[in-house]
Design a protein. Sequence first.
Length: 245
Amino acid sequence: MKKQLLILATVFVTVEFISCSKEKVESNLPDNNGEITTKKGGGGFTPVSNKGLLGRFEFNNNLKDMTGQLPEGVSTVNRVLYTEDRKGAANSAIRFNEAYGVDINDVPTSPEASLSVWVKHDLPVTPYWHLVVASMDGFIIQQHQSIFNSSYYYPGISGQSVYAFPIDNKWHHFATTFNNNELQFYVDGILIGTSPTPSGIGPFPLLSYYKLAYGNDVFWKGALDDLRFYARVLSAGEINTLANQ
């Protein structure tokens, strides 16, 4: 399965994010036929340290950072929808219906970083890239049809990017890490691929802000749960633990 999921990394996502997400995607993307249901990563479990944890949004009927370090998320329309999380608990995940998004402000940037989030998507009916979690100074996770892409963006320099083959519309754990060497993208604890970090990046701004479920007038439809930001690179063992929680 891991071999099936591995694909080449490109810098396409940064162009999409900067210009216009409404542009139609050309045929150079992986074929959507043969949708994949990923399996959990194997190997042992490593306790996940809170070292470097910048914020954790559990979306348990609120937009609060459970660590108390980041400001509360802000809806673009002053309302939020909630739904069942991956364990079936009511009002324990945030639901997006293509009508609003959420802003998360003042996330500290770092030359080493990780992002972890649970995602359950609805298949878009429009042929555009839909931003799921995105920052102009950090990580970007976006969706086209059932294909997902993870990248890291730096202003003025082409970033790096990894694509995942089609993923079904059940709950899946996404994790992406970044340092001076490479970007890594994991789905359900499985390393999908890596992309080398371009030379000459930085300097990094002190703070970045993230958009959830929207960008360039295109809104995403799906659900998110347990969004975490780290100022360090999570190990493969820690990511596998998060994917099996």
